[in-house]
Design a protein around this ligand. Sequence first.
Ligand code: NA7
Length: 492
Amino acid sequence: MGQGDRQANTSEARNVGTAIIGAGMSGLVMGIRLKNAGRPFRILEKAQSVGGTWRENTYPGLACDVPSFFYALSFEPNPDWSHRFSPGREICEYFEGVAKKYRLHDDIDFGIEITDARFEDGGWTIQAGNGEVIRADFLIDATGPLHIKNYPQIEGLDDFEGTMFHSAAWDHSAPLEGKRIGVIGNGSTGVQMMAPLSKVASELTMFQRTAQWVYPIGNRTYTERERKWTRRLPVLGALTRFVYRQLFNRASAGVVEDGFWRKQMAKGCREHLETVKDPELREKLRPDYEPGCKRLVMSTDFYPTLEKEHVHLETGGIDHIEAGGVVTEDGKLHELDVLVLATGFSAHEWGIANVVGLNGIGQKEAWAEGPRTYRSVTMPGFPNFFMIVGPNSPIGNISIIEVSETQTRYILDCIERLDQSPGKAIMPRREAAERFQAKLGEAMKDTIWVTGCSSWYVGPDGAPTLWPWTAPEFHRQMKKPDFVDFEFIDAV
Ligand code: NA7
């Protein structure tokens, strides 16, 4: 689009006030906050329904590894959770219910993919894939880090003649009963699907590149009686949430500082590994790095599943894939009917394709050496631009819902601050962002994530894009924006 076309389109464009990209959990929470504050906004969603990652992922065994009473909005308790770690479909329905309750569907444009946004003429010009141009005073990226599927670069992948799909694009029309199924990848996703797949497959093979530590937290069903009491006495749900919150926020301190909780985490994983009876299998499953370095996998059914006769763990490395199946480095062909790519996400391709701030500088250019933010939610040079669950958010150590609730409140504080400064736009001072980054880098040295492993936590620059401090420290830093660290520029 030329400059002339852009200006013509811009003047005709609808102004939505605040544009939120993505109707996943974070986008919905931001929408609720803006709605409650009586501020105009639109949520721009590429798909046809809400729920983000819980809409996209539908694989067998999908559940959240944070207990449901804690993985829920603080202001929308749900007494009806079916399990301690409820299935993905139930979580998605919970968010659909929340969107309905707050009548957010009226505020969402579905089927609109945002490809480009730039700050010009004192506001954001947003280009949608369908050709529409939208104007907004504020732009909020709520696209989340786990939505771009990572397809493995394995020779011959496309030659496979059976059914093949990524775990986040499950083909529910593909028959599984009695089939020979292969799963590449043993992160949380690969591990969760193993027990249910083992119940239908004639042969099930997991291809493991790197062993994972597995922490044994059992799932359990809440009985109808328990649910009835939680419905009657909401304090019971609040209490359960409180207990899980305390436990999780304390225990997760183990990933950012050495001490009791780190030792407990390691002990739990190591003892759990010893429950594998077959010594050869046990050694194949033994990682050569510290527990917690990669995101901990939580499961009590993974090891018993691998011990079933028709379930196999292949650790020899994949040489290539051909029409009939996977060939490992020892030259053996593992014949398969179905191949699942549980190979995760490109977690470091942040946000939409192109976001351009002041002086024509794009987000990708500004982050050429790795993401640079101020407290994860704002960036110098990008006025009135905010990110939810952006780089260095605490995705490894706190419930992501709590993170979103906190960050959206902080963003709203920034937006409301501008009521006192008409005609201005807000962005962090460069020195403040640099100070934050320096402290971040220093704190990262004490984390478990840098103790020698590869994981999706670590960016191409070798730095984990996580929050290297505890949950209380997150709440302290994010309680209120310190406006001394921000500058207010003319937005006319
Ligand atoms: P993860 O945790 O990123 O796991 C991806 C898995 O796929 C992991 O075991 C990788 O092995 C494996 N992988 C990736 N590429 C390849 C290739 N080319 N060959 C063989 N194996 C490969 O993704 P998940 O979907 O399981 O979980 C993502 C998050 O979602 C999870 O942490 C929760 O927060 C929810 P590697 O370990 O890199 O050797």
